[in-house]
Design a protein around this ligand. Structure first.
Ligand SMILES: Cc1cc2nc3c(=O)[nH]c(=O)nc-3n(C[C@H](O)[C@H](O)[C@H](O)COP(=O)(O)OP(=O)(O)OC[C@H]3O[C@@H](n4cnc5c(N)ncnc54)[C@H](O)[C@@H]3O)c2cc1C
Length: 388
């Protein structure tokens, strides 16, 4: 079949599905994109709050950041991106500190005026000698010591993952989470930005192409026949594709509690809450994501974010990569690898946490592979990026 006649089905209209559809459509494919939600953009969906006119991120705060020029050029074809520099604060023990832990945090916390060198020597003097750290807690104690760990990592991590840091592997805390300068820039990528009119408009623009038909509010059912399509690209949950027949992969889900305030609530976009006595992990006040805007209405809108285990009817957010899940994932990958006519991608299809730029980069690679496969008449692989 030539590319110009190839009709493909793409399940999911998030960044993965939309990027794939756009590149394939520009190469001459006909793409039908299904999403069971009534909107596109997946978990990056944004919409303006009617009362305040503020752009709200319905599935949690999303900041675009990348070092990849190709992605940066690609995304700006579909919307205007405004410069935005993300910073995060945390409330712990009734005080507010700068995040990620940096020289200001250390000086605030210990009531000192250390230079970078003094701070590094001081933190090193607080660490515990643990020869081979096995758990998150061991790792933290051996790199930053008990005081900073207990204030900023222990309870926050327990809320985020629903498990004591003593049960989590050391590998989660890969890098030393401390900076010995006053750099509080949350992301270190060369490009950080917010779409002026929200992510949903960007994704809608991606999907606006004569070669793309979008069907919102329509689920993809792997068990139903899909005649007439040369290939299926699936960006939903891999375990769901197989009817959960081996069991469910674990995720953490989020609940958002909307808080409306007459005045501004916290004066910054994101405030973390480090203590277990506060049940939410963070609060996002959305007006601070658009410093260039004056809201059209009165008041401010914020979300308190609560993390918990994902049940069968909840939205899966963060994959849980512990030993049990890794084994189950391997089994699903085994099942998938004997399928024909389907390729899994995206954060759910690959059971991976992917930032937006990574999801876009991977979808581009899948699209390039598909174009080559159709041109050379060779089978498209089930995974271009094998889950691990
Ligand atoms: C709380 C949170 C905050 C984040 N913040 C950032 C950030 O600041 N910066 C950043 O770069 N990234 C961030 N991310 C990551 C970002 O959300 C992902 O990169 C992005 O959502 C990946 O897009 P996707 O298309 O792979 O998946 P999704 O956005 O999940 O889209 C998948 C789509 O497929 C649809 N679907 C699934 N199954 C079916 C089916 N069977 N039939 C029909 N439709 C189906 C779903 O409805 C969904 O719309 C964050 C993630 C989380 C959880």
């Amino acid at each position: 079949m030539t590319i110009t006649k190839a009709k493909v089905l793409i399940a999911g209209a998030g960044f993965s599905g939309a990027t794939l559809a756009r590149i394939l459509a520009e190469a001459g494919f006909c793409c039908v994109v299904l999403d069971e939600r009534r909107h596109s953009a997946g978990n990056c969906h944004t919409e303006r709050d009617e009362a305040t006119g503020i752009m709200v991120h319905r599935y949690g705060p999303h900041i675009f950041h990348t070092d990849d020029d190709r992605i940066w050029r690609f995304i700006r074809r579909f919307g205007e991106f405004m410069p935005y520099r993300h910073q995060v604060l945390t409330t712990a023990g009734g005080r507010v500190y700068s995040m990620p832990v940096n020289l200001l945090t250390i000086n605030q916390f210990f009531g000192k005026a250390f230079t970078p060198e003094e701070a590094e020597a001081f933190v090193a003097s607080r660490t515990l000698a643990i020869a081979e750290p096995e758990t998150f807690e061991d790792q933290a104690l051996s790199t930053i010591g008990p005081e900073l760990y207990e204030a900023f990592f222990r309870d926050y991590t327990a809320k985020q993952w629903g498990r004591s840091p003593r049960e989590l592997p050391a590998s989660i805390l890969k890098r030393l989470p401390v900076r010995f300068t006053y750099d509080n820039n949350y992301f270190r990528h060369s490009q950080q930005a917010m779409p002026r009119h929200g992510y949903t408009q960007v994704v809608e623009n991606m999907l606006r192409h004569p070669g793309i038909e979008v069907r919102l509010g329509e689920s993809y059912d792997a068990a139903a026949p899909h005649d007439g399509f040369a290939h299926v690209f699936y960006t939903g949950q891999i375990d769901r594709y197989f009817g959960y027949r081996l069991g469910r992969l674990s995720y953490r889900t989020l609940d958002f509690e909307e808080v409306r305030s007459r005045a501004v609530l916290q004066g910054t976009a994101v405030m973390n809450f480090g203590d277990l006595s506060v049940p939410w992990t963070r609060v996002t006040e959305f007006r601070y994501f658009a410093p260039w805007e004056t809201p059209s209405g009165e008041g401010s809108i914020s979300y308190r974010e609560y993390v918990r285990e994902c049940g069968p009817d909840d939205i899966p957010y963060y994959p849980v990569h512990l030993a049990k899940e890794q084994a189950l994932l391997r089994d699903y990958v085994g099942l998938a690898e004997v399928q024909h006519g389907v390729t899994f991608l995206g954060r759910l299809g690959n059971y991976a946490y992917l930032d937006m730029d990574m999801a876009i980069a991977r979808a581009m690679e899948v699209a390039e592979r598909a174009i080559r496969s159709f041109r050379e008449r060779v089978a498209m692989p089930v995974f271009v990026h094998r889950p691990q």
